[in-house]
Design a protein around this ligand. Sequence first.
Ligand SMILES: [Zn+2]
Length: 269
Amino acid sequence: MASRLVKLAGMVLGAGAVGALLYAERTRPLRKQMRKAAPRIARNVAMGAACQAAISAAEVPLTERIASRNAAHKRGLSGLFGGGIMGSAVAFLAMDYGFYLWHVATHKVPLLWRFHRVHHVDPDMDASTALRFHFVDMVVSLPWRLVQVRVSGIGPRGLALWCRFFLFSVLFHHANWRLPRGLDAALSKHITTPRMHGIHHSQNPCEMDSNWSSGIAWWDHLHRTFRDDVPTDTITIGVDDPLAERDTHLLPALRAPFAARLVQAGGLV
Ligand SMILES: [Zn+2]
């Protein structure tokens, strides 16, 4: 009974947080939106639903099994730090850092970019962009996700916490929400903010090659990939290649990673 109540409270809290985010997007937009919102959001939600199905079928059972073994055998980085709060914190950070490395790889490895491009091709950016991924991407990224869970040594509770943190973080930093400048600057020392991630979604390859963090922002500061020197109003969101406009639509986007021509940021190769 108690666990059901905790679960319900978590769901209410989560729904409240998402509702607050959507309200903030309407009242304090960060970017002028260039396209009609409804069809774009509908496409993104449909792609997000397909991704969730792939995650539930493939990722969740495997990661939960590894996390249970991590806890039983005190293994991975968490085990090295003796488990407990210290071990859990190290595992949480390792999961987040693993995602930073993966994100860099999705831009630098042509095969992975084929799938990640589907996310970047969105010509506007708001919380719905956080859902816009190719469902096959969830399968392609699965081996790395399993490595993250195994190496970090994260346990089932830590994994559940990290998944919630990660989901809210991606919704938050894709949101079209203008935070007060001082608050954004202070937050971006520690977590990925909407303004910060907007620079990563720039069509300009030099600007896109920055701000890879998806949760904790320390990794960008550590690797000197952090940028906050690009005014939001000068950024064109999306991907600058000849097929980008076509691939904003649902079916072309789903087919695009399997097209014969390999599409790279900035052109075809
Ligand atoms: Zn990216």
